[in-house]
Design a protein around this ligand. Structure first.
Ligand code: HEM
Length: 411
């Protein structure tokens, strides 16, 4: 039964809809009237066969689905909405080697291994190097005589450097990894003229590069994270293939997300001058979480029902797809006071920007928060008078709340 609250043919995952504005006004209507709502897809629509999906828009329901992987699978159709659009079944099978698209118990095994690389100690160990990187990035941007693009000059740099630092990619190889990562996620946007094939080739290059790293460490162990994850496979470590797919995931999950959080955060601070003044004066520790809530870089992921079940008063059939709209949940007035107000002192802030708290909850959350803190602290010191030159140009994407250009200037 199509959702009466929406115009005919409306689809949240249509890249032309999602990139209009986040949060979309339609979410507020659905949260009130039909929080679990069937969105039919046109017959033959790529990625969905001739069916559709359930749009889940309330905070409580997004959490419920995320924390019940036995009912809602990440594996059956993978987690990325419409990602299956124009790639073949083999490519979809390959995506299932990425932990984001696994279900327990396989997911539990891989997650237990890789989280060794994300302990508070491991993240703290990166802090000083990342601070120096943040300072160098901001200094280089500040050397521009006129307006510059905040996305390419500032926001893109630190997330990639952080991943490269984390897994120890040597300086001379970072350019290659950066190029491949950037090509992988942009192909919904015609401006980049990147085909799905080029995206897939870039993914294959990253996997091959990382598998090589793993093989090298198996031959010649070092005191680094790669060695900790892959050495001595028989003692419950990752195989070289698994490591390859893990690095591929980091290149997408850690890169696009954080860069967009930083860009939206900058835009929000500059368009809320009182908040930017407050930030410069007090540097509240709560700012990074509010930036992620406000930005919600991952607008949505999907799950697939493993059996008939009930959700929000609706009967979900085995095999139905469910869209988890984090960007809607993060503006749910049942949970957030004044949800449409950007407030960097918001506390508590139980936003779902890093996921709904289930087994797939963002592994890089602490690293992302550290990067956001470092970049805004540095900007507040070095470019306190930064101003906006133009509105953000948004990325066309089915699931990423992305920005491809934000022109700013430091007088
Ligand atoms: C998973 C968001 C930064 C690594 C996720 C999920 C979301 C997310 C929504 C899925 C959660 C779920 O399904 O319940 C974000 C945002 C970020 C960010 C908004 C930045 C602001 C990072 C960084 C890294 C990272 C910096 C690592 C370098 C991962 C990994 C997963 C993941 C490995 C998969 C976890 C699993 O399947 O068990 N992230 N992320 N993320 N994220 Fe992040």
């Amino acid at each position: 039964m199509p959702c009466p609250a929406l115009p005919d043919g409306f689809d949240f995952t249509d890249p032309d809809v999602l990139h209009r504005r986040v949060p979309l006004p339609e979410f507020a209507e659905l949260r009130r009237t039909e929080p679990v709502c069937w969105i039919p897809q046109p017959p033959g629509a790529a990625g969905y066969g001739d069916a559709g999906y359930w749009a889940v828009t309330r905070h409580a329901d997004v959490k419920y689905v995320s924390t019940h992987p036995e009912l809602f699978s990440s594996y059956l159709n993978t987690a990325i909405i419409r990602f299956n659009q124009d790639i073949d079944r083999d490519a979809i099978d390959a995506q299932r080697l990425i932990m984001l698209n696994m279900d327990p118990p396989e997911h539990t095994r891989v997650r237990q291994i890789v989280q060794r690389g994300f302990t508070p100690r491991a993240i703290r160990a990166l802090e000083e190097r990342l601070r120096a990187r943040a300072e160098a990035i901001v200094a280089a941007a500040g050397a521009h005589p006129g307006p510059f693009d905040f996305v390419t000059e500032v926001a893109c740099e630190l997330p990639l450097q952080a991943i490269a630092e984390l897994i120890g990619v040597p300086q001379e190889d970072r350019g290659k990894i950066f190029g491949w990562s950037n090509k992988m996620v942009a192909y919904d946007d015609p401006e980049y003229a990147i085909t799905a094939e080029v995206g897939a080739e870039s993914a294959a290059e990253i996997i091959a590069y990382a598998m090589n790293m793993a093989a090298e460490r198996k031959r010649c162990p070092a005191r680094d994270i790669v060695t900790r994850l892959v050495a001595a496979e028989d003692e419950g470590n990752l195989s070289s293939d698994e490591f390859g797919f893990f690095v591929l995931l980091l290149a997408v999950a850690g890169n696009e997300t954080t860069r967009n959080a930083i860009t939206h955060g900058m835009h929000a601070l500059l368009t809320h001058p009182g908040q930017w003044e407050l930030y410069k004066r007090e540097r509240p520790a709560t700012a990074a979480e509010e930036i992620v809530r406000w930005a919600t870089p991952v607008a949505a992921f999907q799950r697939t029902a493993t059996q008939d079940t009930e959700l929000g008063g609706k009967t979900i059939r085995k095999g139905d797809r469910i869209g988890l709209f984090y960007s809607s949940a993060n503006h749910d007035p049942e949970v957030f006071t004044d949800p449409d107000t950007f407030d960097i002192t918001r506390d508590p802030n139980p936003h779902l920007g890093f996921g709904g708290g289930g087994p797939h909850y963002c592994l890089g959350k602490s690293l992302a928060a550290l990067e956001i803190d470092l970049i805004f602290n540095t900007l507040a010191d070095a470019m306190p008078d930064l101003r906006l030159v133009s509105e953000p140009r948004r990325l066309r994407s089915a699931w990423l709340n992305g920005v491809k250009e934000l022109r700013v200037s430091a007088p």
